[in-house]
Design a binder for this molecule. Structure first.
Ligand code: IVH
Length: 681
């Protein structure tokens, strides 16, 4: 492709991808498949690499991150970022309305909005381009987090329509509960401490140094406040509607209200309605709609007089403690759970509450059969906030933490300085074995996901699998027809079963897992503190499992980023005979216990040929296709140009690529033809 063509194609692709981004992330109305979208993005990434000087300032490739910020620059806000005064009762809303009415001497109209529970952000746009994103900081100056914010796909990098030349728009960056849970699931798999709630997670994510990691975490943003000089709008509501037409994802669920009754109705509707939202809110914001009126009302030192926040109190109710049970987690941590007399709270019946750890029980001074106050806050699981000692039954004994594991009887242990008790019997305690098996099959480890959703648990319960190596001995006859009904923590029952198709999928996933590279096998073994990144570092430093198993403390800590804690854990793990036996059994089954060799040279059939791979294949993955091409002397390219010798096309090849190949008259080979060409049929 000549530079002129490349420039035009880069512009076209950027525009197309930004358009489809907006359809997907802002309007929730996609027009092309994820696959087609990925193909467009891949083509753009390829072209930008070849012609970096044509990369546009609003290039959608910034969304995938990559840039690393060592420390965020501190930026002074052009307009201070104020907070809102809070209210907690209907009376305070009435007073607010009275104050406003008195100062204005004319009727006011209000906009009620959700109060998003995230991190405030101010976005600056110049000539339609996002130029700066700054956190609230102390209200006067905040951190420049532009690179990270650009990874948020609902935030437009370039505006469309009739936007002002220069303005700021403010809003809230947040994580949906789904994204938050996913992050925690991955952290659990890696043995990292869990994040407390979506707000803290969003705030931590925004300050991460590696923007590629930020992109993976899927932050999102609602915008609720437009600011600038001489903006041509009479009302707040109009300004947000205009912002919507420029491409912004503006606050959802707004209502225009004229009376306090209408405001209170909105507040009451969302009091329980909020639990149905996919993200957290902590209240309602009420704003005077008219900008002229806002100006008359003005500001106090801290907050505008034209707006107020109504904060939902965490709902609470008193109920009787029936008993305390103890759950042993995958890593052996013992968590106490309060079983309660069922009670209605925030629209659901609560029967259990987490007590977190022994220290919390002691702090509450919890006694048997106590009357306790249960609160439903931002978190999904309710918690006990206090004990009504005046209702304590005579002779009731204090709740004392158990000394032995309820699952295997081992004496519990506690590390100095840590609140949690744990069961040290990591290799033989049932929930810990199940935890290890679940970790082994995890998407990021051996990727045998078809055994998820309780199936691996069933295999364990039936005595078929007690160590990961047992998976590789499984036969179809043993699995077919297996079935069990479980009652979950939520009291609901579900049936786990193995039908023919499921069994086929499982066995082929188990077989395919033998191709998983050594680094991930190492991660799958579940050695304490050896997460995904550490595993891949160890794999490349030692090359194979025997050298790693033989490595001493000095050798281990000499590896970049391997500290004492990890080194000790690795040595301890390999010192146990049962672990060595596990490694040998897995090796005998053909799992990779060493790094892959560089692709060997097979032939010169494709020498001098430049090949573009597109679509999905049944006999090999795309990575394997690239490797096959190299093995036979060919060169891989990511975008089609006049220099392309042929396109290796699978199912679902992107329409843009297909069209391009046709235009340039480039041959398209299917999977079979390709294999025939390299003599592999
Ligand atoms: S308006 C001048 N609208 O709540 C005040 N704020 O204490 C401009 N918030 O710092 C803010 N949802 O982080 C506004 N719909 C909404 C909001 C909202 C959440 C946050 C924001 C602000 C804090 C106020």
């Amino acid at each position: 492709m000549n530079p002129q063509e490349a420039k035009a194609r880069i512009e076209e692709l950027s525009r197309l991808i930004n358009h489809h981004n907006h359809l997907y992330y802002v309007l929730d109305r996609p027009e092309i498949s994820d696959f087609e979208f990925d193909m467009l993005l891949e083509e753009l990434i390829g072209l930008e690499k070849q012609f970096p000087h044509y990369v546009l300032p609003d290039s959608p490739t910034q969304r995938v991150g990559g840039a690393v910020t060592k420390s965020f620059a501190s930026v002074k806000h052009r307009y201070p970022m104020l907070s809102l005064s809070n209210s907690y009762s209907e009376g305070e809303i009435m007073e607010f309305h009275q104050r406003v009415s008195k100062l204005l001497d004319e009727p006011a109209e209000y906009v009620c909005e959700l109060k998003y529970d995230g991190v405030a952000i101010s976005l600056r746009y110049e000539d339609g381009l996002l130029v700066q994103a700054v956190t609230r900081g102390d209200g006067t100056q905040g951190d420049d987090v532009t690179t990270n914010v650009k990874t948020i796909r609902s935030i437009p990098l370039k505006l469309t329509g009739d936007y002002p030349a220069s303005f700021e728009i403010r809003g809230e960056i947040y994580l949906s509960r789904e994204s938050f849970n996913r992050i925690n699931e991955d952290r659990e798999a890696e043995g990292l401490p869990l994040l407390a709630n979506p707000r803290n997670a969003a705030s931590g994510t925004l300050k991460m140094q590696d923007s590629a990691e930020v992109a993976r975490r899927r932050l999102d943003c609602w915008l609720y406040y437009l600011m600038g000089e001489n903006l041509p709008f009479e009302t707040h509501y109009q300004s947000l509607q205009a912002a919507k037409s420029w491409g912004f994802r503006i606050a959802s669920n707004m209502a225009l209200c004229r009376t306090t009754d209408e405001i209170l109705e909105f507040i009451n509707d969302w009091k329980t309605g909020r639990y149905q939202l996919p993200f957290d809110i902590d209240g309602i914001v009420i704003k005077v709609n008219n900008f002229r009126q806002q100006q008359i009302l003005g500001f106090t030192a801290k907050s505008p007089r034209w707006a107020i926040a109504y904060k939902y109190k965490a709902e609470e109710v008193a109920t009787r403690l029936q008993s305390v049970s103890y759950q042993v987690g995958r890593t052996g941590t013992v968590t106490p759970v309060a079983n309660l007399e069922p009670v209605l709270l925030a629209g659901t019946t609560v029967k259990r509450a987490s007590l977190h750890n022994a220290d919390i029980i002691a702090q509450l001074g919890l006694h048997e059969n106590d009357m306790v106050v249960v609160e439903k806050g931002g978190e999904i699981i309710p918690k006990i906030t206090s004990v009504k000692t005046e209702y304590r039954l005579q002779g009731a004994k204090a709740v004392s933490f158990i000394a032995n594991c309820p699952e295997c009887g081992s004496q519990l242990e506690r590390n100095a300085g840590e609140a949690a008790w744990f069961c040290p019997n990591s290799d033989h305690c049932p929930p810990q074995i199940k935890g290890k098996l679940e970790h082994f099959i995890h998407r990021k480890a051996m990727n045998i996901e078809s055994l998820g959703q309780g199936r691996i648990e069933l295999l364990y319960d039936k005595g078929l699998v007690t160590t990961p190596a047992d998976l590789y001995d499984l036969k179809a006859e043993q699995l077919l027809g297996l079935e069990k009904t479980y009652t979950g923590d939520d009291g609901k029952t579900r049936t786990v079963s193995f039908r023919e198709k499921t069994v086929e999928n499982i066995l082929s996933a188990i077989e395919k897992s033998k191709e998983v590279p050594f680094g991930r096998v190492l991660f799958a073994l579940g050695i304490r503190f050896v997460g995904e990144t550490v595993a891949s570092k160890l794999a490349s430093a030692f090359g194979d499992i025997d050298r790693l198993a033989a490595a001493g403390f000095e050798q281990l800590t000499a590896v970049d980023e391997i500290g004492e804690k990890i080194a000790e854990s690795v040595i301890e793990w390999f010192s146990r005979p049962e672990h060595r036996e596990l490694v040998e059994r897995l090796r005998a089954h053909g799992l990779k216990m060493e790094n892959d060799q560089e692709p060997e040279h097979a032939s010169n059939t494709l020498a001098g040929k430049t090949i573009v791979v597109s679509g999905v294949f049944s006999r090999f993955s795309r990575d394997e296709a690239h490797r096959l091409i190299e093995m036979h002397g060919g060169k891989n390219a990511s975008s089609i140009s006049a220099k392309t010798s042929f396109v290796l096309a699978g199912e679902n090849m992107g329409p843009a690529k297909l069209e391009k190949a046709r235009q340039l008259g480039i041959p398209i080979l299917g999977e079979q033809e390709f294999l025939a060409l390299i003599g592999q049929v």
